[in-house]
Ligand binder design. Sequence first.
Ligand SMILES: Nc1ncnc2c1ncn2[C@@H]1O[C@H](COP(=O)(O)OP(=O)(O)O)[C@@H](O)[C@H]1O
Ligand SMILES: [Mg+2]
Length: 217
Amino acid sequence: MIEVKDLCFIRNDGDNKQNILNKLNLFVPAAQHLALLGDSGSGKTTFLHILAGLLQADSGSVSVNNQELSSLNERELALYRRKIGLIFQHYQLLDCLTVKQNILFQYKLNFPGQAASEFAPLVEELGLQNKLNALPHQLSGGEQQRVGIARALLNKPQIIFADEPTGNLDQKRSHQVVKLLTELCSERQINLVMVTHSHQLTDYFDQVKVLRDGHFE
Ligand SMILES: Nc1ncnc2c1ncn2[C@@H]1O[C@H](COP(=O)(O)OP(=O)(O)O)[C@@H](O)[C@H]1O
Ligand SMILES: [Mg+2]
Protein backbone atom coordinates (compact mmCIF):
# COMPACT_ATOMS: atom_id res chain seq x y z
CA MET A 1 0.00 0.00 0.00
CA ILE A 2 1.36 3.38 -1.00
CA GLU A 3 -0.07 6.66 0.26
CA VAL A 4 1.34 10.01 -0.82
CA LYS A 5 0.04 13.27 0.61
CA ASP A 6 0.92 16.80 -0.57
CA LEU A 7 4.36 15.69 -1.68
CA CYS A 8 6.66 18.51 -2.84
CA PHE A 9 10.14 18.31 -4.31
CA ILE A 10 11.80 21.64 -5.02
CA ARG A 11 15.16 22.34 -6.64
CA ASN A 12 16.97 25.58 -7.34
CA ASP A 13 17.56 26.13 -11.02
CA GLY A 14 19.95 29.09 -11.01
CA ASP A 15 18.01 31.86 -9.27
CA ASN A 16 14.66 30.19 -9.83
CA LYS A 17 12.97 27.80 -7.49
CA GLN A 18 11.61 24.89 -9.52
CA ASN A 19 8.66 22.93 -8.12
CA ILE A 20 9.54 19.62 -9.70
CA LEU A 21 6.78 17.82 -7.78
CA ASN A 22 4.02 20.09 -6.48
CA LYS A 23 1.59 18.74 -3.88
CA LEU A 24 1.16 15.26 -5.28
CA ASN A 25 -1.46 12.96 -3.80
CA LEU A 26 -1.75 9.28 -4.55
CA PHE A 27 -3.19 6.10 -3.09
CA VAL A 28 -2.27 2.65 -4.37
CA PRO A 29 -4.00 -0.16 -2.42
CA ALA A 30 -2.02 -3.27 -1.47
CA ALA A 31 -1.08 -5.49 -4.41
CA GLN A 32 -2.35 -3.02 -7.01
CA HIS A 33 -0.36 -1.93 -10.05
CA LEU A 34 0.17 1.70 -11.06
CA ALA A 35 1.42 2.98 -14.41
CA LEU A 36 3.04 6.42 -14.24
CA LEU A 37 3.19 8.42 -17.47
CA GLY A 38 4.44 11.87 -18.35
CA ASP A 39 6.71 13.69 -20.77
CA SER A 40 10.46 13.52 -20.43
CA GLY A 41 11.52 15.81 -17.58
CA SER A 42 8.09 15.74 -15.89
CA GLY A 43 9.53 14.27 -12.68
CA LYS A 44 8.70 10.55 -13.03
CA THR A 45 12.14 9.29 -12.02
CA THR A 46 12.34 11.82 -9.18
CA PHE A 47 8.98 10.61 -7.88
CA LEU A 48 10.00 6.95 -8.15
CA HIS A 49 13.25 7.65 -6.29
CA ILE A 50 11.36 9.34 -3.46
CA LEU A 51 9.01 6.33 -3.18
CA ALA A 52 12.04 4.02 -3.15
CA GLY A 53 13.70 5.94 -0.32
CA LEU A 54 16.60 7.05 -2.53
CA LEU A 55 15.67 10.75 -2.45
CA GLN A 56 14.01 12.82 0.24
CA ALA A 57 10.95 14.97 -0.38
CA ASP A 58 10.95 18.59 0.78
CA SER A 59 7.49 18.38 2.30
CA GLY A 60 4.45 16.15 2.44
CA SER A 61 4.33 12.51 3.40
CA VAL A 62 5.01 9.16 1.78
CA SER A 63 3.73 6.11 3.59
CA VAL A 64 4.50 2.63 2.30
CA ASN A 65 2.78 -0.27 4.03
CA ASN A 66 2.01 2.13 6.89
CA GLN A 67 5.65 3.17 7.29
CA GLU A 68 6.22 6.92 7.00
CA LEU A 69 9.47 7.22 5.00
CA SER A 70 10.50 10.64 6.38
CA SER A 71 10.50 9.22 9.93
CA LEU A 72 13.01 6.45 9.12
CA ASN A 73 16.65 6.75 10.18
CA GLU A 74 19.50 5.58 7.89
CA ARG A 75 19.44 2.02 9.24
CA GLU A 76 15.65 1.75 8.89
CA LEU A 77 15.86 3.19 5.38
CA ALA A 78 18.45 0.57 4.43
CA LEU A 79 16.06 -2.14 5.70
CA TYR A 80 13.21 -0.54 3.76
CA ARG A 81 15.25 -0.55 0.54
CA ARG A 82 15.85 -4.28 0.97
CA LYS A 83 12.11 -4.87 0.81
CA ILE A 84 11.75 -3.17 -2.55
CA GLY A 85 12.76 -4.34 -6.00
CA LEU A 86 14.14 -1.98 -8.63
CA ILE A 87 14.03 -2.53 -12.40
CA PHE A 88 15.80 -0.16 -14.77
CA GLN A 89 15.62 0.86 -18.41
CA HIS A 90 19.23 -0.12 -19.05
CA TYR A 91 18.92 -3.37 -17.06
CA GLN A 92 22.02 -2.62 -14.88
CA LEU A 93 23.36 -6.16 -15.16
CA LEU A 94 26.97 -6.89 -14.21
CA ASP A 95 28.76 -7.50 -17.53
CA CYS A 96 31.27 -10.05 -16.29
CA LEU A 97 28.79 -12.23 -14.39
CA THR A 98 26.62 -14.91 -15.96
CA VAL A 99 22.84 -14.70 -15.99
CA LYS A 100 22.65 -17.04 -13.01
CA GLN A 101 25.23 -15.04 -11.05
CA ASN A 102 23.46 -11.77 -11.89
CA ILE A 103 20.12 -13.09 -10.65
CA LEU A 104 21.64 -14.41 -7.41
CA PHE A 105 24.08 -11.59 -6.61
CA GLN A 106 21.79 -9.30 -4.58
CA TYR A 107 19.97 -12.22 -3.00
CA LYS A 108 23.22 -13.56 -1.57
CA LEU A 109 23.98 -10.17 -0.03
CA ASN A 110 20.48 -9.84 1.43
CA PHE A 111 20.05 -13.42 2.62
CA PRO A 112 23.53 -14.87 3.25
CA GLY A 113 23.58 -18.65 3.53
CA GLN A 114 19.90 -19.05 2.63
CA ALA A 115 18.91 -21.24 -0.31
CA ALA A 116 17.08 -19.34 -3.04
CA SER A 117 14.07 -21.67 -3.28
CA GLU A 118 12.31 -19.41 -5.80
CA PHE A 119 15.25 -19.40 -8.21
CA ALA A 120 14.27 -22.40 -10.36
CA PRO A 121 10.54 -21.60 -10.70
CA LEU A 122 11.27 -17.95 -11.48
CA VAL A 123 13.86 -18.80 -14.11
CA GLU A 124 11.37 -21.16 -15.72
CA GLU A 125 8.49 -18.65 -15.66
CA LEU A 126 10.74 -16.07 -17.27
CA GLY A 127 12.00 -18.53 -19.89
CA LEU A 128 15.65 -18.14 -18.89
CA GLN A 129 16.50 -21.76 -18.10
CA ASN A 130 18.65 -22.16 -21.23
CA LYS A 131 20.48 -18.87 -20.70
CA LEU A 132 21.82 -19.30 -17.18
CA ASN A 133 25.48 -19.57 -18.23
CA ALA A 134 25.34 -16.80 -20.83
CA LEU A 135 26.84 -13.36 -20.27
CA PRO A 136 24.55 -10.30 -20.53
CA HIS A 137 26.01 -9.18 -23.90
CA GLN A 138 24.99 -12.54 -25.39
CA LEU A 139 21.32 -11.83 -24.66
CA SER A 140 18.67 -9.81 -26.49
CA GLY A 141 17.23 -6.71 -24.79
CA GLY A 142 14.06 -8.55 -23.82
CA GLU A 143 16.09 -11.39 -22.29
CA GLN A 144 18.27 -8.93 -20.36
CA GLN A 145 15.19 -7.27 -18.92
CA ARG A 146 13.79 -10.67 -17.92
CA VAL A 147 17.04 -11.22 -15.99
CA GLY A 148 16.44 -7.84 -14.32
CA ILE A 149 12.93 -8.94 -13.37
CA ALA A 150 14.14 -12.30 -12.00
CA ARG A 151 16.80 -10.51 -9.93
CA ALA A 152 14.21 -8.13 -8.46
CA LEU A 153 11.61 -10.81 -7.71
CA LEU A 154 14.03 -13.31 -6.17
CA ASN A 155 14.44 -11.01 -3.16
CA LYS A 156 10.71 -11.37 -2.36
CA PRO A 157 10.08 -7.63 -2.47
CA GLN A 158 6.86 -6.11 -1.12
CA ILE A 159 6.96 -3.50 -3.86
CA ILE A 160 8.58 -3.19 -7.28
CA PHE A 161 9.54 0.12 -8.83
CA ALA A 162 10.33 -0.06 -12.52
CA ASP A 163 11.66 2.98 -14.40
CA GLU A 164 10.88 2.70 -18.13
CA PRO A 165 11.73 -1.02 -18.18
CA THR A 166 10.65 -1.26 -21.82
CA GLY A 167 12.42 1.92 -22.94
CA ASN A 168 14.95 -0.08 -24.96
CA LEU A 169 12.57 -2.72 -26.33
CA ASP A 170 10.44 -2.90 -29.46
CA GLN A 171 6.65 -2.94 -29.15
CA LYS A 172 6.22 -6.71 -29.22
CA ARG A 173 8.91 -7.32 -26.59
CA SER A 174 7.55 -4.45 -24.49
CA HIS A 175 4.15 -6.11 -24.29
CA GLN A 176 5.72 -9.49 -23.45
CA VAL A 177 7.85 -8.02 -20.66
CA VAL A 178 5.05 -5.95 -19.12
CA LYS A 179 2.60 -8.86 -19.33
CA LEU A 180 5.07 -11.12 -17.56
CA LEU A 181 6.00 -8.51 -14.96
CA THR A 182 2.37 -7.69 -14.06
CA GLU A 183 1.42 -11.40 -13.94
CA LEU A 184 4.34 -12.30 -11.69
CA CYS A 185 3.56 -9.37 -9.36
CA SER A 186 -0.14 -10.34 -9.24
CA GLU A 187 0.67 -13.95 -8.34
CA ARG A 188 2.84 -12.70 -5.48
CA GLN A 189 0.54 -9.85 -4.36
CA ILE A 190 3.30 -7.31 -5.01
CA ASN A 191 2.59 -3.59 -5.44
CA LEU A 192 4.06 -2.42 -8.74
CA VAL A 193 4.79 1.13 -9.85
CA MET A 194 6.00 1.33 -13.44
CA VAL A 195 7.08 4.43 -15.29
CA THR A 196 6.45 4.25 -19.02
CA HIS A 197 6.22 6.48 -22.06
CA SER A 198 3.77 4.18 -23.75
CA HIS A 199 0.01 4.65 -23.43
CA GLN A 200 -0.36 1.26 -25.09
CA LEU A 201 1.00 -0.53 -22.04
CA THR A 202 -1.47 0.92 -19.53
CA ASP A 203 -4.11 -1.82 -20.07
CA TYR A 204 -2.09 -4.10 -17.82
CA PHE A 205 -2.48 -1.74 -14.83
CA ASP A 206 -5.13 -1.08 -12.18
CA GLN A 207 -4.41 2.64 -12.04
CA VAL A 208 -2.83 5.13 -14.44
CA LYS A 209 -1.47 8.55 -13.48
CA VAL A 210 0.00 11.19 -15.78
CA LEU A 211 2.52 13.71 -14.43
CA ARG A 212 2.53 17.18 -15.96
CA ASP A 213 4.09 20.36 -14.56
CA GLY A 214 4.55 18.76 -11.16
CA HIS A 215 0.91 17.64 -10.85
CA PHE A 216 -1.09 14.56 -11.73
CA GLU A 217 -3.48 15.42 -14.56
N1 LIG B 1 18.69 16.91 -7.85
C1 LIG B 1 18.20 17.71 -8.80
N2 LIG B 1 18.59 18.98 -8.88
C2 LIG B 1 18.10 19.80 -9.83
N3 LIG B 1 17.18 19.40 -10.75
C3 LIG B 1 16.76 18.16 -10.73
C4 LIG B 1 17.24 17.22 -9.75
N4 LIG B 1 16.62 16.03 -9.98
C5 LIG B 1 15.81 16.22 -11.04
N5 LIG B 1 15.89 17.48 -11.50
C6 LIG B 1 15.09 18.05 -12.61
O1 LIG B 1 13.77 17.62 -12.37
C7 LIG B 1 13.06 17.42 -13.59
C8 LIG B 1 12.48 16.03 -13.61
O2 LIG B 1 13.49 15.07 -13.82
P1 LIG B 1 13.17 13.50 -13.89
O3 LIG B 1 12.53 13.10 -12.62
O4 LIG B 1 14.43 12.80 -14.26
O5 LIG B 1 12.09 13.42 -15.07
P2 LIG B 1 11.58 12.19 -15.96
O6 LIG B 1 12.01 10.92 -15.30
O7 LIG B 1 10.09 12.36 -16.00
O8 LIG B 1 12.17 12.36 -17.33
C9 LIG B 1 14.07 17.68 -14.70
O9 LIG B 1 13.86 19.00 -15.16
C10 LIG B 1 15.41 17.55 -13.99
O10 LIG B 1 16.38 18.33 -14.64
MG1 LIG C 1 13.16 9.34 -16.01
